[in-house]
Design a protein around this ligand. Structure first.
Ligand code: MG
Length: 377
């Protein structure tokens, strides 16, 4: 069943420390979760109600999504809903009014609301109240409230659009409704209660974001990387982001930091995003002599862009010389700094190859790495 939606995103988010509807959650802006859920459930007209000057943020947050357009909201939430209703092209069918700050909207709930609407003037998701309710004043309980028949109302709230428009038309100008169902109730309408979803919480305070992140299903991935560079004449060598005085240097197009190259490849491997050569072609003169920090930071940014995080990295350098041990802590600190990880999540190890092979003959240095990351499923 096709339906319209109004997504109220006009808040400036003073309590959440900035407009929360644009903040990233699990790799995408908060509002995008809801708009994607509505589109997935068959909604073909979404009015996004914005505060003044938020058009560019909305366009970025909803880039690539169809069937939505923006209108300017008002001072109160009800004014914003009225603006959204006025912009609807179709008023002879269902409309869902939803708060942009409730990201975890499930298709099953949308279906339940639309079904309930066939026998009621409105339908709202609601949760029973588990906690005992108290009235209090100045730090003292004044009363215990009977919680029988009390419900916590969530959004989206569903109505036939013309029914809601009629109800808003007769709502007293000097009163402010706290939700849309109240407007239809006042006009004599019957509102159906549909089982709500505890995860459909409204992100209100900064700490709500940490809880919401924890709700997003994640997978753990491990990637590995390997790199080799040849020794040549020089006076210092870059290893794991640290320059070490040495009687040779590693030869390469960039700074030839095999440790950071292996680590970059490990992260790209965990993302299944190719290898360092795909992202920084050695044929491109731009990367001649380049510091390998930027390769690592690029891979780390790709993890962040996917809504993930790096949990742990481990690098092994394989060489006879230089001695790595005196520089290990510096290398770990440098990598921890670049990846914004605690020091105990960054390991750098070294081994010789007992004089065997190209590393044993001091022809080159090899590095291998593993990266553990967490990504939204
Ligand atoms: Mg390399």
């Amino acid at each position: 069943m096709a339906f319209s939606s109004i997504v109220v995103a006009a808040g400036t988010g003073s309590r959440a420390g900035g407009a929360k509807q644009w903040r990233p959650l699990g790799g995408k802006p908060v509002i995008r979760w809801s708009v994607e859920a509505l589109l997935g459930a068959g909604c073909d007209e979404i009015i996004v109600v914005l505060s003044d000057g938020a058009e560019a943020e909305a366009a970025t947050a909803l880039e690539g999504l169809t069937s939505w357009r923006a209108v300017r909201g008002g001072a109160q939430r009800a004014d914003s809903v009225r603006a959204g209703l006025a912009a609807l092209l179709r008023t002879d069918r269902a409309v869902l009014i939803h708060d942009a700050a409730r990201p975890f909207l499930k298709p099953e709930l949308i279906d339940a609301l639309l079904s309930a609407l066939t026998t009621a003037d409105g339908a709202i998701p609601a949760l029973p109240i588990a906690d005992t309710l108290k009235r209090g004043l100045d730090g003292t309980v004044t009363d215990t409230v009977d919680r029988t028949d009390l419900w916590r109302a969530q959004t989206p709230q569903a109505f036939m659009a013309d029914r809601l428009i009629t109800a808003y038309a007769v709502w007293p100008a000097d009163e402010t409704p706290t939700d849309d169902a109240a407007v239809v109730e006042r006009d004599g309408g019957r509102i159906a209660l549909v089982p709500g979803d505890p995860r459909l919480m409204k992100l209100t305070y900064p700490e709500d974001f940490a809880m919401a992140e924890a709700f997003i299903p994640k997978q753990t991935r491990v990637g590995t990387g390997f790199d080799v560079h040849r020794w040549g004449p020089g006076g210092a060598v870059w290893l794991c982001g640290v320059e070490i005085p040495h009687d040779q240097t590693l030869i390469g197009h960039s700074d030839a930091d095999a440790g950071l190259h292996a680590l970059t490849d490990a992260i790209l491997g965990a993302l299944a995003e190719g290898d360092i050569g795909d992202h920084f072609p050695p044929t491109d003169p731009k990367w001649k002599g380049a510091a390998s920090d930027q390769f690592l930071l690029h891979a780390a940014d790709m993890v962040t862009a996917r809504g993930g995080r790096i949990i742990h990295v481990d690098v092994t350098l394989i060489c006879e010389r230089p001695k790595v041990k005196p520089h290990r802590l510096g290398m770990r600190e440098r990598i921890a700094d670049l990846l914004v990880l605690p020091l105990d999540a960054v390991s750098v190890k070294a081994t010789t190859s007992e004089g065997l092979g190209f590393t044993g003959r001091n022809e080159g240095l090899a590095a291998q790495a593993a990266a553990t990351i967490e990504l939204p499923v």
